[in-house]
Design a protein around this ligand. Structure first.
Ligand code: HEC
Length: 145
């Protein structure tokens, strides 16, 4: 009996440390496919997200979810709203010009009166947030396939 206990103790003594040794991590998994996976755009900063909420609520019906001018109400509008996500358009307009068009509406800045003025509905801060959000639209565009 003593002998068996001793053998068992030795057995445990030899086995347990062995079981605790960590197996080496498998060689860094190289998955070339992962490199091709499209990278999600970085999260929008807080003010931009506020702008997005305002845009979704007040502007999307005409300007469309991505600002492309394809909101469900756009077919009613002549002229149609232009593609606000077009980088060429964005380059031509300063932040102040965009804010002015939003605040005073199309009629206020020599565009179509079908673009309503928002200066009485939205605060200057909300309009600034909208401009910040509009500036992200080109980066949110779906890549041409
Ligand atoms: C009732 C439909 C409608 C709604 C709602 C609307 N827009 Fe417009 N918007 C237009 C139309 C139409 C034009 C194009 C006017 C033109 O080109 O003569 C326009 C033009 C603009 C322009 C100027 C583009 C340029 O050519 O300089 C900006 C900026 C803009 N809208 C932003 C907004 C924002 C931000 C909101 C929400 C607060 C909004 N719009 C809501 C219809 C709308």
């Amino acid at each position: 009996m003593r002998f068996r206990t001793a053998t068992l103790a030795l057995f445990v003594f030899l086995l347990v440390p062995g079981a605790c040794v960590r197996k080496p991590a498998p060689a860094a998994a190289k998955t070339p496919a992962a490199a091709k996976t499209p990278v999600a755009p970085p999260p929008l900063r807080y003010e931009v997200r506020l702008g997005k909420v305002t845009f979704t609520h007040y502007c999307q019906t005409c300007h469309g979810e991505s600002g492309a001018g394809d909101g469900f109400n756009a077919f009613n509008l002549d002229p149609h709203p232009r593609d606000l996500s077009d980088p060429e358009f964005q380059k031509k307009k300063s932040d102040a010009e965009l804010a002015d068009a939003i605040q005073r509406g199309g009629a206020g800045v020599g565009l179509s009166a079908l673009m309503p003025p928002w200066g009485h509905t939205l605060s200057a801060r909300q309009i600034d947030e909208l401009v910040l959000y509009l500036r992200t639209l080109p980066t949110l565009r779906k890549p041409a396939s």
